[in-house]
Design a protein around this ligand. Structure first.
Ligand code: ZN
Length: 90
């Protein structure tokens, strides 16, 4: 391991202070901010989970199956809804 590193961003040769260091002190802050921005927009691009459907829709589905909202959501969350529906058909 060499005592100096070449900063990946500005190319400056600086003294190494960390084994995994890739940036100088100045660019480290810039890189962190860039990474955080990328992460923020990547997270925003992810569509909401199906479980985040409107409560009214879920409540209507629960009622159509003769279940309470709480029971229906519990079955959805533990994956027991399919078993319940199979049981109902018999
Ligand atoms: Zn730098």
């Amino acid at each position: 391991m060499s005592d100096t590193i070449k900063c990946k961003l500005c190319g400056e040769i600086v003294e190494r202070t960390n084994a995994n260091q890739s940036y100088c002190k100045k660019c480290s802050d810039i890189h962190k901010r860039q990474w955080a921005t990328q992460y923020y927009f990547a997270r925003k691009a992810v569509p909401p989970k199906p479980a985040m459907q409107s409560l009214n829709k879920i409540a209507a589905e629960a009622r159509s199956l003769g279940l309470t909202y709480g029971k229906y959501v519990a079955l959805l969350n533990n994956g027991g809804l399919d078993d319940y529906l199979k049981h109902m058909k018999r």
